[in-house]
Design a protein around this ligand. Structure first.
Ligand code: HT7
Ligand code: ZN
Length: 846
């Protein structure tokens, strides 16, 4: 397969003034007629007229009304393009119902829909399918379906047809079409300049009761983007459509966002608090793309973080404003460490702006998205809130309508602040997670406290040597009594080794370093657990307070795993004191007692050079939880009772926080009562958050058989709930059973490998069950591989994404490595393996 390089970018030879598309819908013989006005691009040096095209049957092609001879070449066609303005017309035939890759135009349960990012439009018609080619689109859809939707504003409509017109220039990846038997949940929004916008969430009739929350989240997002970024919506209508078969969460097509139904549909009976929170964030994310992604798009796919990093940063700000900011930061960092750190510290490591790829779909990664957002957060920390706001205003003003680059983005900040960002740019080009180690010095005579920091980044694939980066390190100082004697300051580290000093102090302070996780680095602090316990009790920075408790818990667990130690009395004692504090926000309190997961512990061991033993990790995790339950015994029931809510379920910060705390306590109580309380919660629960938490506890306690059956019987008609049913059983199966449970569920009549949600619920859950997946028999590896090989024929994109389950393989012992390697080689040997999966496996093998 061909590798594409950032350094090879050249503009396309032609510009497009307008695109007219007509769709004559048919499940196997859809006709697409295109009429495109091209003219030579004065900035291009190469005027080859090449149009991308895949899986298309060409019926006819004309230039200025005359039939034209085309040459079919790899990935598309070529024709002799005139060196003047001309009209290209083509008719192609495609087959949506047999398109299982869910890219281009496909069918999901009888409904037509599209997914064009990144390179799916070329499966719809011949076109320069690259983001720097932007055009206005006029679309006519002819079909029997009652609802026919596309981008932009609605035009003429009649029996069997509808027309849409998008006045904003856009790249083809933002094109969308939906046709089906849908009903709308309506809403409206008046923009800051007084324009009324029609809002709709389009769903199947039976899902109408699951739209209200999404609609409110959309209105909140529209208002927030006006209030915080001054961004107003720019069409008369904003449509969202829910689709069951979808490769990712959602897609920001101009004026017609398409959502995986799991990312928009919600009701208290069927969705958990976590689902509600995720839906709110995804609706915001896709809406925010209207400015950061659509009005200003990417010049090429290497610049993906330009829109994704910024839009994730914006949706994280939104969540922090809508809910608890402290908890949101903990959740973002947990997600970064769980998904991005392993990527950046393994064979798939790549820069936030990659410089080469074979298949761009493989680069919609935690590094581009989540680390990309951290980079924006650091930039804001470095320049300050006001300068950030000015820079963003300038960005929108200067680049509206552009297909921009990271250079453009940084130039805006340089111009707005006068700051040189040359070194900062390394965050975009240099991969790997920096390690920052720190040592302390106290000069009592002068009252000077020094912190000496050293940064280093291990080599990553293709990058042996790393330069020092700019790292904003937020530091606060506490007195030995726990009072804040110096509020948070930002220390800008730019050298490999650099010292921070605080002078004129009367006592040696206790430092709180990297407050709020001010940079995506690994902080190595040589401090003892008494210091950690102190910070856990007193740190005035909520993130670092939580982090201190987590570090204590992690060290206690590692001691149990490595040295068969007893659960740390210091930790349990500290936890008791902190956990008893009912003035703390319940959601935050729930996080204070959460322990690192098994995969997290395995990675921590590997980073220390210790080979992780999944069985030992599993056993220690269980024993640790039991010890916590014993130590907190008398506190648990009162906390559980105090956090029950009378009245209707509201998925807001307050309600979800109380439920999170009550359910975290339930998991400890189950360790003591064997599941009695969980059984009554399961029977009484009127919402999915409490139902599923109770079911999880029953299954973990080995008492779940009847509840699993009852749950299925109650919810068998609801696909999204049944995804939970599949996932929970595999995720909670014991190490010896996980592969068997997953295999048995793949035989269940409701298992459908073509549906990515169901596939992930079953096989993704197996990969997430650490001790089960890494079972020494190799059964976990084999079951996942068997299914990845089958899925690759149907859906390469989802297959390739799921290969990342193997990315940590070199952390394990030689036997497990050999077992995994054999499975990776088996995948690679498969005849006709997709480019997506082949690239992933080749990179993982290293
Ligand atoms: N910009 C979108 C990324 C995307 C995608 C979405 C759905 C299916 C396939 C996809 N490939 C790429 C989603 C986002 O970041 O908002
Ligand atoms: Zn996005």
């Amino acid at each position: 397969p061909q590798t594409i390089y950032l350094k090879d970018y050249t503009p396309f030879g032609y510009l497009i003034d307008s695109v007219e598309l007509t769709f004559k819908l048919h499940p196997t013989k859809t006709r697409v007629l295109s009429k495109i006005a091209f003219r030579p691009n004065p900035e291009a040096t190469d005027n080859r007229f090449f149009l991308h095209g895949e899986d298309l049957t060409l019926i006819s092609a004309k230039i200025d009304g005359q039939d034209v001879t085309v040459r079919h070449v790899d990935g598309g066609l070529e024709a002799d393009g005139p060196a003047r303005a001309f009209i290209w017309e083509a008719e192609v035939e495609i087959s949506p119902s047999t398109n299982t890759a869910l890219e281009g135009l496909y069918m999901s349960n009888g409904m037509y829909c599209t997914q064009c990012e990144a390179e799916g439009f070329r499966k719809i018609t011949y076109y320069p399918d690259r983001p720097d080619v932007m055009a206005t689109f006029d679309v006519r859809i002819e079909g029997e379906e009652p609802i026919l939707l596309s981008n932009g504003n609605p035009g003429a409509k009649g029996e069997g047809f509808a027309e849409w017109s998008d006045p904003w220039k856009k790249p083809a990846y933002l094109f969308a079409l939906v046709a089906g038997d849908l009903i709308n949940h309506p809403g409206s929004f008046t923009t800051q300049s007084g324009k009324d916008v029609e809002l709709n969430i389009w769903v199947r009739p039976w899902d109408e009761h699951k739209c209200a929350f999404g609609m409110q989240a959309l209105k909140d997002s529209m208002k927030w983007d006006e209030d915080v970024y001054g961004r107003e919506y720019d069409l008369d209508i904003f449509n969202i459509v829910a689709v069951d078969d979808f490769n990712m969460g959602a897609m920001e097509n101009k004026g017609l966002n398409i959502f995986n139904s799991s990312a928009v549909l919600a009701s208290p009976e069927t969705s958990t608090d976590a689902n509600f929170k995720r839906i709110e964030a995804i609706i915001a994310h896709e809406y925010f793309h209207n400015w950061t992604g659509n009005r200003i798009t990417c010049r090429d796919w290497f610049q993906l973080c330009l829109k994704e990093g910024l839009t994730v940063y914006r949706d994280q700000q939104f969540t922090a404003d809508m809910r608890s900011g402290d908890v949101a930061r903990i959740e973002n960092v947990l997600a970064l460490r769980a998904r991005q750190f392993p990527e950046d510290q393994g064979p798939l490591s790549h820069p936030v702006r990659p410089e080469e790829f074979q298949e761009i779909n493989n680069f919609y990664t935690a590094t581009v998205y989540e680390k990309g957002a951290e980079v924006i957060g650091m930039l804001k920390t470095l320049v300050g809130d006001d300068a950030y706001a000015n820079a963003l205003d300038l960005y929108f003003e200067r680049h509206d309508g552009d297909a921009a680059t990271i250079e453009d983005w940084l130039k805006v900040f340089e111009d707005a602040t006068g700051r040189d960002l040359t070194q900062f740019k390394l965050w975009y080009s240099q991969s790997g997670t920096p390690k920052v180690s720190v040592s302390e010095d106290w000069d009592a005579e002068s009252g000077t406290f020094s912190l000496t920091f050293t940064q280093s980044t291990a080599p990553t694939p293709g990058q042996d040597v790393k330069d020092p980066k700019v790292i904003p390190i937020a530091i606060g100082l506490l007195s030995p009594e726990g009072e804040e004697i110096q509020a948070t300051e930002i220390f800008e580290m730019t050298e490999a080794t650099q010292t921070y000093q605080a002078k004129g102090l009367s006592v040696r302070p206790v430092p709180s370093i990297l407050r709020g996780f001010s940079a995506p680095v690994i902080l190595e602090q040589d401090i003892d657990n008494t210091r950690r316990a102190f910070l856990f009790a007193h740190d005035t920075d909520s993130f670092n307070r939580w982090e201190a408790g987590r570090d204590l818990a992690r060290d206690a667990l590692l001691d149990m795993i490595e040295n068969d130690a007893a659960p740390s009395a210091l930790y349990l004692d500290s936890l008791r004191k902190v956990f008893a504090d009912d003035t703390l926000d319940p959601a935050y309190r729930a996080y204070l007692q959460a322990q690192p997961g098994e995969s997290d512990l395995a990675r921590t061991l590997a980073a220390k050079g210790v080979t992780p033993d999944p069985d030992k990790i599993h056993a220690a995790s269980k024993a640790f939880k039991q010890a916590k339950a014993d130590a907190l015994k008398d506190l648990l029931r009162p906390i559980y009772e105090d956090n029950q809510i009378d009245g209707p379920f509201v998925p807001d910060a307050e309600g979800s926080g109380k439920r999170a705390l009550a359910n975290s306590v339930l998991s400890l109580i189950t360790k003591l009562d064997g599941g009695t309380l969980a059984q009554s919660q399961f029977e009484a629960a009127d919402n999915m958050t409490q139902k599923l938490a109770a079911l999880s506890q029953l299954v973990t306690a080995g008492k779940g058989t009847d509840a699993i059956t009852a749950f299925y019987d109650q919810w068998k008609e609801d696909r999204l709930v049944i995804d939970k049913w599949f996932s929970l059983q595999v995720a909670l199966a014991g190490p010896d059973d996980a592969a068997k449970v997953a295999t048995a569920l793949t035989q269940h009549p409701d298992f459908d490998m073509k549906n990515p949600n169901r596939f992930r619920a079953t096989l993704g859950a197996l990969a997430g069950n650490h001790a089960g997946f890494h079972h020494k028999s190799g059964a976990g590896y084999k079951v996942l591989t068997d299914w990845l090989i089958k899925l690759d024929d149907l859906n390469p994109q989802t297959t390739a994404r799921m290969c990342s389950a193997f990315q940590t393989w070199k952390n394990y012992d030689p036997d497990r490595q050999a077992l995994i390697k054999a499975q990776l080689e088996r995948i690679l040997a498969k005849e006709g393996l997709s480019r997506d999966t082949s690239e992933m496996i080749t990179r993982i093998l290293g």
